[in-house]
Design a protein around this ligand. Structure first.
Ligand code: ADP
Ligand code: MG
Length: 157
């Protein structure tokens, strides 16, 4: 397990780094996003999707648990916030085997269904425009992705 932190001072700065990560993610990658309401999870997700080549607008999935988008790879967005039964089978394997990238907001709701290898981000509010993003890589694959992501200074402000 390895940890990094990123500071952003605007929505656009978060967008820029998220978009870059979107260009790097590969089939089978799982990203999980934690943080209070308003921390920027959905914002991060929208830009990441853009980097993945998704052209449709990404909205929080309210009525469906998992929303699918077409990009360079299939992109699956899940917001577990409103999930009532945490024992409900999400079937992550299926999405991953389909060659997709899966992003889950509020992963703590489905803790025991999360894969061992994943890139976990925690967004926290520092002020109206500033956020700290703590990046934790679980597993080697996630570590490689984070290293590639965070090594490129041009991708950040
Ligand atoms: P969540 O999904 O975590 O509830 P949202 O992404 O829906 O949060 O909302 C975050 C809000 O905070 C957006 O309106 C966004 O524009 C704003 N914001 C301000 N500064 C930042 C920043 N540095 N990074 C991300 N979002 C920011
Ligand atoms: Mg959200």
């Amino acid at each position: 397990m390895k940890t990094w932190t990123i500071q952003t001072n605007s929505t656009e700065a978060t967008g820029k780094t998220a978009r870059f990560l979107g260009t790097l993610v590969q089939a089978g990658d799982v990203l999980t996003l934690s943080g209070d309401l308003g921390a920027g999870k959905t914002t991060f997700t929208k830009y990441l999707a853009e980097g993945l080549g998704v052209t449709k607008n990404v909205n929080s999935p309210t009525f469906t648990i998992m929303k699918e988008y077409e990009g360079r790879l299939p992109f699956f967005h899940m917001d577990a916030y409103r999930l009532e039964d945490s024992m409900e089978e999400i079937g992550l394997e299926e999405y991953l085997e389909a060659g997709g990238v899966v992003l889950i907001e509020w992963p703590e709701k489905i803790d025991d269904q999360l894969p061992d290898t994943r890139l976990h981000l925690t967004l926290s509010y520092d002020g109206p425009e500033s956020r700290t993003i703590t990046v934790t890589a679980y597993g080697e694959k996630a570590e490689r992705r984070a290293e590639e992501w965070l090594a490129d200074d041009n991708a950040h402000d």
